[in-house]
Design a protein around this ligand. Structure first.
Ligand SMILES: [Cu+2]
Length: 151
């Protein structure tokens, strides 16, 4: 008999504790949706979204054309960004053979007069500029450069 009373007493205590916990916890959940009336504050999130757009544009390849002639490239200086992908079409618009050569990128394109070739270049980071030149005419100043700067 005494054991039954003891078990009943423990059960009551457990129930009381459970009710106390429940009444303490439930109000917390009830108060939680304070952020629900969000009709007044959505303006704060809008400017941040606008800032992310320019970074996405850098991912796409930029197409450009470089003319090679006697004894220069046109354009001879091209601004680029670190990590930028370029699709470069080099045209020999001159009357003699030229090359489009970039040592550090293992690019060496021979171009007969009237010929054009396209090469994809990914600008590495950590460099200020990348020089391209014509093998036979480097000494004559047939040199150009990609100038690497921030986007
Ligand atoms: Cu040349």
């Amino acid at each position: 008999m005494a054991r039954t009373v003891l078990i009943a007493g423990v059960a009551v205590i457990v129930i009381v504790i459970a009710v106390i916990l429940a009444t303490n916890i439930i109000p917390q959940y009830g108060e939680a949706p304070e952020e629900a009336p969000a009709g007044e504050t959505p303006a704060q999130t809008t400017p941040a979204a606008a800032e992310t757009t320019p970074a996405g544009e850098a991912q796409e390849a930029r197409k450009l054309t470089i003319d090679a002639t006697e004894y220069e490239y046109e354009p001879g200086s091209i601004k680029v960004s670190p990590g930028e992908r370029l699709i470069v079409t080099v045209k020999n618009t001159g009357r003699i053979f030229h090359t489009f050569t970039i040592d550090e990128l293992n690019i060496d394109i021979p171009l007969n007069p009237g010929e054009e070739r396209t090469v994809e270049i990914v600008i590495p980071s950590g460099v200020d500029k990348i020089t391209f030149y014509c093998k036979p005419h480097r000494g004559l100043g047939m040199v150009g450069e990609f100038v690497v700067g921030e986007a």
